[in-house]
Design a protein around this ligand. Structure first.
Ligand code: ADP
Length: 160
């Protein structure tokens, strides 16, 4: 059962996320990137747009899939018989939140565990929110995100 899910908002997916995914694929035979629908967040991209961008961004990895889920990650995992989640850690600031979430998920389903991969140094300061802000103000984001995401961001913010 060496399959895993990689849950997150991915609003939008960045090269930091893709690096974690690529490295997770060295450990697991199949990884599903799970777009989590969070009712308390108002995403920039619709679910459909996110799914399209992610599908295109992961198309060169046959063992990577994308799906979405509206509800608890552990419920999705249990339904699909997946007992491992992958998450990325950038800095100590990520740690507390990730730690709480991993422990909560394990108390919801004791067989469920989370594997953390440290960011690659060059992606340490990269987040979806920074990408959204830079792009909204007309800055270049091509070094941070795949081509398909850069194109959509330009369309979204009306930059030619
Ligand atoms: P969430 O809203 O669930 O935190 P994100 O899409 O922001 O969703 O992030 C999903 C996961 O990817 C988190 O574990 C986050 O720490 C990790 N992540 C995000 N950006 C990077 C990055 N640049 N390098 C490594 N991990 C990252």
């Amino acid at each position: 059962m060496d399959v895993a899910i990689y849950p997150g908002s991915f609003d939008p997916i960045t090269n930091g996320h893709l690096n974690i995914l690529e490295r997770a694929l060295d450990i697991f035979s199949e990884v599903t990137l799970l777009v989590a629908i969070n009712p308390s967040k108002k995403p920039l991209f619709t679910l459909e747009e996110s799914m399209e961008m992610i599908s295109e961004a992961i198309s060169s990895w046959p063992q990577a899939r994308v799906d979405y889920h509206d509800g608890l990650t552990v419920d999705y995992a249990r339904e699909h018989g997946i007992r491992t989640a992958v998450r990325g850690l950038r800095a100590v600031t990520d740690f507390e939140h990730e730690f709480a979430m991993a422990l909560t998920n394990r108390s919801l389903w004791p067989e469920f565990d989370t594997v953390f991969l440290m960011t690659k140094a060059e992606y340490m300061y990269l987040s979806s929110s920074v990408v959204r802000q830079v792009s909204q103000m007309g800055g270049q984001v091509d070094q941070f995100v795949p081509k398909c995401v850069e194109r959509r961001l330009r369309q979204k913010f009306g930059h030619a």
